[in-house]
Write a protein that binds this ligand. Structure first.
Ligand SMILES: O=C(O)C(=O)C[C@]1(C(=O)O)C=C[C@@H](O)C=C1
Length: 358
């Protein structure tokens, strides 16, 4: 078969795919009507995961699970947009890793708004200007993001899902050869995380060769405009600014991952077989010995596994009191978790149950 015959075959398959997609969207539209009628959440991460897991179990030929996931995330994005176009806010700027995390979950078609701070993302959800917000919560090299923890405690919003993405940097430039690069733009943190690559390829360059800017997205924007320059940036920043990638995954550590939360006004009340529940705890008797032990004992008695504990100061009062952020294994719909949260309702604030991706 020559290329023209092969393309004819592709056209015929595409016609069938499109027909099936149109059919799929008709069902989606019906679900949308039902959901809008009952005022229930459009986004169901658990259902989307279930679909991908189910499809990946079937004979998928050359399609890896990752490929199926990438295709379906875009389909789900289109579906949700059809059911009800919803605005998704994220910690910007455009092309940030938070933006990349948002796109891996909501696809390219969603209505995004980039906001300048974590606080403004929380506020966009509180005021209803956006339906879902994406914020970073933890990096496995740097630890927890304090501002996110504090806002989870302060604002009464819910975590409905987590997203974990590798922090990968690319060297993006319009030049075809590394020798044509006269300048590299990036942010301090990115320069620091790509030391080995920069040392190997640009070790003999003057300090002025490396130009620091406020964000890796800004770096990509500048490199797109200026001949002979390059940017160290995320691949989404390169994509947004139409900058070709010359080298990918150039960071020193391949184990650098960031965890993000999707927050919303409505809690996710669906269960899977590997869930996590986040809570904020303010102990009542914290002036007496054993207050924390009492709570941990209650977890033990109810067979609840504590996955994470982090303490933070309560900023609204002056006496150096603190609260704990905790991740528990299981779902608020599980009897044991429900019982403890109910029993300790004066001390525990429920932050959300969602699928554990760690
Ligand atoms: O099953 C649903 O609840 C749907 O709205 C359909 C659908 C889909 O496209 O399959 C779309 C959005 C949800 O996040 C989950 C699944």
């Amino acid at each position: 078969m020559d290329i023209l015959d092969l393309r004819k075959n592709i056209d015929s398959v595409d016609d069938q795919i499109l027909k099936l997609l149109v059919q799929r969207m008709e069902f989606v539209e019906e679900i949308g009507k039902l959901k809008r009628g009952s005022n229930s959440a459009i986004y169901h991460p658990d259902r989307e995961k279930e679909i991908i897991e189910r499809l990946a179990l079937q004979p998928t030929g050359k399609l890896s699970k990752k490929a199926i996931e990438a295709i379906y995330l875009e389909i789900f994005g289109v579906s949700r947009n059809l059911e009800l176009p919803e605005i998704i806010s994220y910690l910007g700027p455009e092309g940030s890793f938070t933006h990349q995390a948002a796109e891996t979950r909501f696809g390219a078609i969603a209505d995004y708004v980039s906001l300048p701070s974590i606080q403004s993302v929380f506020e966009s959800i509180e005021t209803g200007r956006a339906k879902y917000g994406i914020i970073p919560i933890e990096n496995n090299q740097e630890g927890m993001v304090k501002e996110t923890l504090d806002l989870l405690f302060e604002k009464k919003l819910f975590i409905i899902s987590e997203i974990i993405i590798p922090v990968n940097f690319s060297l993006a430039t319009k030049e075809n050869h590394i020798g044509e690069i006269k300048k590299i733009y990036s942010k301090d943190i990115a320069f620091n995380q790509c030391k080995k690559f920069l040392g190997d390829y640009f070790g003999n360059k003057e300090e002025s060769f490396f130009v620091q800017v406020d964000s890796t997205s800004k770096a990509a924007q500048l490199a797109e405009k200026e001949e002979g320059s390059a940017a160290l940036c995320s691949h989404i920043a390169a994509k947004i600014h139409n900058l070709p990638i010359l080298f990918e995954n150039i960071q020193d550590s391949t184990s650098n991952h960031t965890r993000f939360f999707i927050i919303s006004k409505q809690a996710n009340l669906k269960k899977t077989d590997r869930d996590k529940t986040s809570i904020a705890v303010k102990l009542k008797n914290d002036d007496k010995p054993g207050a924390l032990v009492d709570l941990l004992k209650e977890f033990q008695d109810n067979n609840i596994n504590l996955l994470k504990i982090e303490s933070r100061p309560i900023k609204q009062i002056y006496d150096f009191k603190f609260w704990f952020y905790m991740d528990l294994e299981g779902n608020i719909l599980d009897e044991n978790i429900k019982n403890v949260i109910e029993h300790k309702k004066d001390e525990i604030l429920f932050l959300g149950s969602y699928m554990n991706l760690c």
